[in-house]
Design a protein around this ligand. Structure first.
Ligand code: CMC
Length: 389
């Protein structure tokens, strides 16, 4: 080995968990997941209580400021969100300029969110208030972007945001051009609320790593979107619906899943790095799936989902594999008439307050993220000139 070069650890010398399983990245007050017991809370409040009593906007406040807002505080926060809903013309033009058939909505979202920073005069201002403002801007604007992406793909003009509806209701209005039923508006709010934060998941970790170099809020949230896009993370919900469509009939659900298990195929919407019990978010959405599929006349999907759930728990429950949040969210959203390719962008709309809160938390006590690899390549190799290779 060359003089002065020392390996910190040699392969085999140090044990490390693949996929950074269980590693601690930093302290956080935002959310806690107890995987063994299937428990999730935001700032200490169990997710079931929030789903029952709170709203997405209130949860955004809770995550960002670590406390439930008083009435006047929530009103002021809502006012800020309302004021930021509309997106720049350039963002609409960017979305409508994308080739619909080759652009996945998550790629469209990633690109469109990037354009927002170009119209924020303080996007490069590195102060807590500029970061906070950018965070609120992103929470407010993502639904407008996702709805415009959805409509552009259908060859429809965008529907501009209104200021007289909660964020989830306004999203469905911008998506369909019609005011949603109270049930659908409520369920969309619950979906966003349930996705708002989830410990040190891949996209939140990515967003924090990006901001740890003092990169701006927009870049850090785009980094989160890039990570969420993958099928092992936020991209699973879309694939759950694809699977249900492939299964086709209620009678085919059990043989399809048994065959997939026998072939060691991963079933989307099941399993989790942290949960080894039932994901509480899936349990909440399962309840709403009953109401929504009844209203939409899509009970068949729920019947299929329940058969898949039963077979999976029967065969793989002992390995800690249970439905995760993505399993029932697909059934619910498809029943509400939402195109499956929009499921992951809607997950992003829900997760953005989580990313923003963690970015703000990281910045309040920042140190650049700089882990190491264990180098397994060769040492002391001489450069070989091209004509001698
Ligand atoms: N279907 C069948 N078997 C599974 C599944 C599944 N969905 N998930 C895990 N397993 C098995 C896996 O084959 C492995 O078995 P063995 O030990 O015999 O090789 C064992 O369980 C451990 O799996 P792993 O992939 O090493 O677990 P991980 O912690 O690295 O991955 C996961 C977690 C969520 C990526 C994985 O469970 C998975 O790929 N699930 C399907 C995709 C999915 O639904 N993702 C959404 C996650 S929840 C929303 C979010 O937060 O993003």
């Amino acid at each position: 080995m060359s003089a002065g070069i020392k390996l910190v650890a040699k392969p085999g010398e140090v044990e490390f968990p693949k996929g950074m399983e269980g590693m601690i990245s930093r302290e956080s007050t935002k959310s806690f997941v107890n995987g063994a017991e299937g428990f999730l809370c935001y700032n200490g409040i169990p997710i079931q209580q929030l789903a029952e009593n709170s709203t997405f906007e209130e949860v955004c406040y809770l995550l960002m400021y670590d406390a439930l807002p008083k009435e006047t505080e929530l009103a002021a926060f809502n006012q800020r969100l309302l004021q930021y809903r509309e997106i720049p013309d350039f963002t609409y033009e960017t979305i409508y300029g994308m080739p619909a058939y080759t652009t996945h909505p998550m790629a469209a979202l990633r690109t469109a969110v990037s354009t927002l920073s170009l119209f924020d005069e303080s996007s490069e201002e590195d102060t807590p208030s500029a970061l906070e403002r950018a965070g609120i801007n992103l929470i407010a604007k993502l639904p407008t972007i996702v709805a415009a992406v959805a409509r552009s793909r259908q060859g429809l003009e965008p529907v501009h945001p209104r200021a007289d509806m909660p964020l989830a209701t306004n999203f469905l209005y911008m998506y369909t051009g019609e005011e949603p039923s109270p049930l659908y508006a409520k369920v969309m709010d619950i979906i966003l609320l349930l996705h708002a934060d989830h410990g040190c998941n891949a996209s939140t970790f990515t967003a924090i790593a990006a901001t740890s170099s003092l990169s701006d809020m927009y870049s850090s949230v785009v980094a989160g979107i890039c990570s969420l896009k993958g099928p092992l993370h936020g991209g699973a919900n879309e694939r759950v619906m694809r699977m249900l469509n492939e299964i086709g009939t209620v009678d085919n659900a059990e043989p399809y899943i048994l065959n997939a298990i026998a072939r060691k195929k991963k079933i989307m919407g099941f399993g989790h790095r942290v949960y080894k019990a039932y994901d509480p978010r899936a349990a909440i959405l399962h309840g709403y799936a009953k109401d929504v599929t009844r209203q939409a006349g899509t009970e068949k999907w729920l019947q299929m989902a329940e058969i898949i759930e039963r077979v999976m728990i029967d065969k793989l429950g002992k390995k800690g594999i249970y439905p995760n949040v993505d399993f029932f969210s697909g059934t619910v959203m498809a029943s509400m008439g939402i195109d499956p390719s929009l499921f992951t962008p809607i997950f992003a709309m829900g997760r953005v307050p989580g990313w923003v809160s963690h970015i703000l938390e990281q910045r309040a006590d920042n140190r650049i993220y700089r882990p190491r690899f264990i180098y397994t390549g060769p040492m002391d190799v001489d450069y070989v000139p091209m004509d001698e290779r």
